[in-house]
Design a binder for this molecule. Structure first.
Ligand code: MF3
Ligand code: CO
Length: 250
C-alpha cells in the first residue's frame, strides 16, 4: 500500500532500462508499415532488448505469452502479437513494451498510424500524447496524485474524447506494478503528495467513443465496447526536486 521511494542509484538503473525501452519503441515505430505482422514486431522487440542486456518484462507476466503488446484500432491495450495479424494502411497501432535491467523496470507505449490515417485517428493520437504531457507536467514535488489524473481527464474531455476507467497507470521500480494506482480521471488536490524518488508509469488510454471496454475471448485483448478507435501513450517518469524526468525518452 506504500509508495516505494527509489535511491539515486536505482533511478540511474531505471534511466538505463528506460533508454532501452525507448530505443526499442523507436525501432518498432520505424518498422510499422502495411504488410508487417505484429509477431514480427514482437520478435524485433525481444531481440533488441536481449542485445542490450535487458529482459522483456511482459513475457510470462500473469501468463502473458509475448514480449510486446500490440493493440490495433479498437483494441485498447494487451493485444497479443500474432503472425496472422498484418497491419493495413489506415490502421493505428499501440506498441507497449517493458524491460528489466539489472533488476529495475522501464515501461512505455506509443501509438502510431500505418500509412495514411483519417483526421479523427490523427487527432486521437495527438490528443492522447498531449494528455500524457499534461499529466507529466504535474509530476513534481508537493503536487498530489489527483492533480495528474485530473489534468489528463480535463484535457482529453475538452477535446471530445473519453478516458478509459478500467485500466490505470502505476508506480514502477523493482516490480512493474507498484503502488500507487494512477487513474486517468479524478479530482485535483486529492490523493498522496508527490515526492522526489517516486517513479510513476503514466499511461492515458483514450477512446473516440465510450470509455467502456471489454476483454476478448483470448482473455487478454481489451477492446472498446462500441468498437471506436483507441490510443495509448505511456512514459516512466521519475519525480525529482527539479520536477519530472522522463526516463523512457530517446
Ligand atoms: N505495459 C502494461 C502496463 O503498463 C503491462 C502489460 S501487461 C502484460 O501495465 F501482461 F503484458 F505484461
Ligand atoms: Co504500464
Amino acid at each position: 500500500m506504500a509508495i516505494i521511494i527509489k535511491t539515486s542509484e536505482e533511478v540511474a538503473l531505471m534511466r538505463e532500462a528506460g533508454r532501452i525501452v525507448a530505443e526499442t519503441l523507436a525501432l518498432l515505430t520505424s518498422k510499422v508499415k502495411p504488410g508487417v505482422t505484429t509477431a514480427e514486431l514482437d520478435t524485433l522487440a525481444y531481440d533488441h532488448c536481449i542485445r542490450q542486456g535487458a529482459i522483456p518484462s511482459f513475457k510470462g507476466y500473469n501468463g502473458y505469452p509475448a514480449s510486446l503488446c500490440a493493440s490495433i484500432n479498437d483494441e485498447v491495450v494487451h493485444g497479443i502479437p500474432s503472425p496472422n495479424r498484418k497491419l493495413h494502411e489506415g490502421d493505428i497501432i499501440s506498441l507497449d513494451f517493458g524491460v528489466i535491467y539489472q533488476g529495475l523496470q522501464g515501461d512505455a507505449a506509443v501509438t502510431v498510424g500505418v500509412g495514411k490515417i483519417t483526421p479523427t485517428a490523427a487527432k486521437l493520437i495527438r490528443v492522447t500524447e498531449e494528455a500524457l504531457c499534461k499529466g507529466i507536467e504535474q509530476a513534481r514535488p508537493r503536487k498530489r496524485l489527483g492533480d495528474i489524473s485530473s489534468a489528463i481527464q480535463t484535457y482529453v474531455e475538452s477535446l471530445g474524447f473519453s478516458v478509459v476507467r478500467q485500466y490505470v497507470g502505476h508506480g514502477i521500480g523493482r516490480s512493474m506494478h507498484e503502488d500507487p494506482q494512477i487513474p486517468n480521471f479524478g479530482s485535483p488536490n486529492r490523493g498522496p503528495v508527490l515526492q522526489p524518488g517516486m517513479v510513476l508509469a503514466l499511461e492515458p488510454m483514450v477512446n473516440v467513443g465510450t470509455f467502456r471496454t471489454r476483454v476478448k475471448e483470448d482473455k487478454w485483448t481489451v477492446v472498446t465496447e462500441d468498437g471506436s478507435l483507441s490510443a495509448h501513450f505511456e512514459h516512466t517518469v521519475a519525480i525529482t526536486s527539479d520536477g519530472p524526468e522522463i526516463l523512457t525518452k530517446v
